[in-house]
Write a protein that binds this ligand. Sequence first.
Ligand SMILES: [Zn+2]
Ligand SMILES: [Zn+2]
Ligand SMILES: [Zn+2]
Length: 179
Amino acid sequence: MKSCFNHPEKKAHSICHGCGKDYCELCLDEGKEFYYCRNPECQILLKKELYTDVLPANTICPNCKSGLELSEDERISGKVHCPECEALIDFKVNPPKVLNRENYVELLSSLNQGDIGLIKSILGNSNIDYYVFGENFLSVDPLIQPARFYVNESQEEEAKELLKDFKLHIWGTSKNQYD
Ligand SMILES: [Zn+2]
Ligand SMILES: [Zn+2]
Ligand SMILES: [Zn+2]
C-alpha cells in the first residue's frame, strides 16, 4: 500500500498530477480531470486546469482595438496589459474596463520562472489585486525582459509583508523595487 507523502500513516488516495507524489484525500484538491496537492506550483497547475476557459486566448483591446494574445495567467487573472497602447484592461467585468494604472505600483520584478509562479500564488492566495507585465516576453526572449509585478496601491504594504521572507530567497536573481 502506498502512503501519503505528508502523512506516512495514511493510505494514499491518488497522485498529484503536478509533482507525481502520492497523497491522501486531505492533501489533494480535485481539478476537472486530475488531483493536485497543496504545493504552490501544483496549485498553479490546478488553477490553470480549472480556469483556462475563462478568457479566450485571443481577444481585442477595448482601448486601441488591436488584437491581443493572452497568456494563461492573463486568462486566469482577467487582467491584461496591452502591449500596443499600454492600457491595463480588466476583462473580468463586462464590458471590459480600462483600469487606471496610476492606482497600481510596481512591487518587484523577476526573471526566474519558478519565482514568478511562487509570487503569483502567494499574492493570489491572499486576494491581492495584482497584475504581471512582461511575462509574455519570457518565453520569447528569456533573460531580456523581467516580469514586473504591480499591485493595487491600497494593498502595497500587505503585499510587501507577504513577500518579506520571499525577498531573501530571490536576492541575487531579481531586482527589487523596495527595501
Ligand atoms: Zn503536487
Ligand atoms: Zn495526507
Ligand atoms: Zn490597446
